[in-house]
Ligand binder design. Structure first.
Ligand SMILES: Nc1ncnc2c1ncn2[C@@H]1O[C@H](COP(=O)(O)OP(=O)(O)OP(=O)(O)O)[C@@H](O)[C@H]1O
Ligand SMILES: [Mg+2]
Length: 452
């Protein structure tokens, strides 16, 4: 499917060609003057422009020059009358890609040319699709986990993916937000269309705007030709706006308008064009706090979070740690061609007890490093980073050099376990007591002692 602009001052010809190419499955827009066509070219990048040489007010040659100037890769087909031989030669010199004579066979000939161009576009797009497929095979789309929290997440992904509703993914750094965004795209009806990602935090404001919406030639110094924005590139597909919490307030207003109207306006242009894009956004910030502190717009928040998905931190689903560690081990062992086959129980215990502030990414890096360093068959504590080797279980406590007050230390530990248990069960004391293996009575005793 190609995106065409048909230009002719005779409305009937525009209509005829529009119908012809729609039938072939292309996206077609029409313009009845060179000026109108130029305005469209300000708003859109077309694959093909088909224009009559003789337009009422100006020549098709002007339009050709303009098109090649702002959008050099656009395929330009000029329609000429029988006597226009010299003009046709001029047109080729100006960079027209083809000219087709008016006459009985006009539509037939145009159809052939357009088919060829569309075919080569398709090949280009397929190359991109194959690249995406390859990425899938390398395991980027495998979300691992069997904890209740992850199973609920899988179900949610299955449910929301097919619709085109917007999704807002939140969660700490390294919890798999991008992985989930990709999975939603792959499971949607848009799976065969582009999935485009942008890190909104990585661009200064003005750059982000032209990156998202494109720009027209001359919009600013260095804008030498029209450029397509990511919203256009993602047309029909999914746009993943990563680190949305880092977007400036001005950009938030602009994005809000796009989500509201489904239209974008390239920088430096006055023309708008329609886009059909599913937006998935992600952030590791707490947007409610950002809103309360005036850094994020509430209206945009509601637009984006039609379906909110929160990814649990790894320490909230420790039961997944062995499984994740195992699969990373397998991957890195193969990649590095090493003989490491397992993780010894002591090392695994350390992995399970650690808090993982960097979540799955940190675990992944830890295992990669361990596989690289390990010379034996199984991963041992030796190859774990210092902070993991610090004893965390009852098996290997260290007494500080200068000694310390044991009772005070134990009290501190008791108090934090009490708090943790209460938080986990949502404040239900009987459940918290059960979780800590004590009677309700002794739980109350401790709770009172520590003022919990
Ligand atoms: N459930 C999971 N199963 C397998 N791999 C995972 C899982 N979650 C995350 N990963 C891996 O951890 C790494 C980080 O994931 P991802 O980039 O999706 O995190 P993120 O939430 O976007 O992080 P950040 O906020 O830092 O951008 C990736 O290499 C990803 O493949
Ligand atoms: Mg990310």
């Amino acid at each position: 499917m190609a995106h065409l602009l048909v230009v002719d001052d005779q409305k009937s010809i525009c209509e005829l060609l529009e119908i012809t190419f729609r039938k072939e499955g292309h996206r077609v827009e029409t313009a009845t003057s060179a000026e109108a066509a130029m305005r469209r070219l300000q708003a859109q990048i077309y694959d093909i422009v088909i224009s009559d040489l003789r337009l009422a007010e100006s020549s098709g040659l002007d339009l050709l020059k303009y098109t090649k100037e702002v959008s050099p890769s656009c395929f330009f087909i000029l329609i000429t009358a029988v006597g226009d031989y010299e003009d046709a030669i001029t047109a080729l010199n100006y960079g027209a890609d083809r000219y087709v004579r008016k006459g009985d066979k006009l539509t037939e000939e145009l159809r052939q040319v357009v088919r060829q161009v569309a075919e080569s576009l398709k090949l280009k797009k397929e190359a991109g699709y194959l690249r995406r497929e390859l990425r899938k095979l390398t395991g980027l789309d495998n979300i691992i986990g069997q904890s209740a929290k992850m199973r609920a997440l899988f179900e949610l992904i299955q449910t929301v993916a097919p619709q085109s509703s917007r999704v807002l993914i939140t969660g700490e750094s390294g919890t798999g937000k991008e992985l989930v965004a990709r999975a939603i795209h792959e499971k949607s009806t848009r799976a065969q269309t582009p999935f485009i990602t942008i890190n909104c935090g990585a661009f200064p404001e003005t750059l982000l705007e032209s990156e998202l919406f494109g720009y027209v030639k001359g919009a600013f110094t260095g804008a030498n030709e029209n450029r397509q924005g990511l919203f256009q590139a993602a047309h029909g597909g999914t746009l993943f706006l990563d680190e949305i919490g880092n977007m400036s307030l001005t950009m938030q207003v602009k994005l809000y308008r796009v989500l509201q109207e489904h239209k974008i306006r390239p920088v430096g242009s006055t023309e708008e064009s329609e886009v059909d894009v599913r937006v998935i956004a992600a952030t590791n910030k707490n947007l409610e706090t950002e809103i309360a502190e005036g850094r994020f717009r509430e209206d945009l928040f509601y637009r984006l979070s039609v379906i909110p998905i929160h990814l649990p931190a790894l320490r909230e689903r420790r039961e997944d740690i062995p499984l994740l560690a195992r699969s990373f081990l397998d991957r890195f062992r193969k990649e590095m061609g090493k003989k490491v086959e397992g993780i010894d129980p002591d090392a695994l215990r350390r992995l399970e007890a650690y808090d993982w502030p960097g979540n799955v990414r940190e675990l992944e890096n830890t295992i990669e490093r361990a596989v690289a360093l390990e010379t034996e068959q199984t991963i041992s504590i030796r190859v774990l980073p210092e902070k993991l080797r610090e004893p965390t279980g009852a098996d290997g406590l260290v007494l500080p050099e200068e000694g310390f007050n044991l009772q005070e230390h134990i009290s501190k530990i008791e108090r934090s376990y009490l708090m943790a248990a209460l938080v986990r069960v949502g404040g239900v004391r009987t459940k918290a007591a059960a979780l800590l293996g004590m009677s309700y009575r002794s739980f109350k005793h401790y709770a009172k002692k520590y003022g919990v």
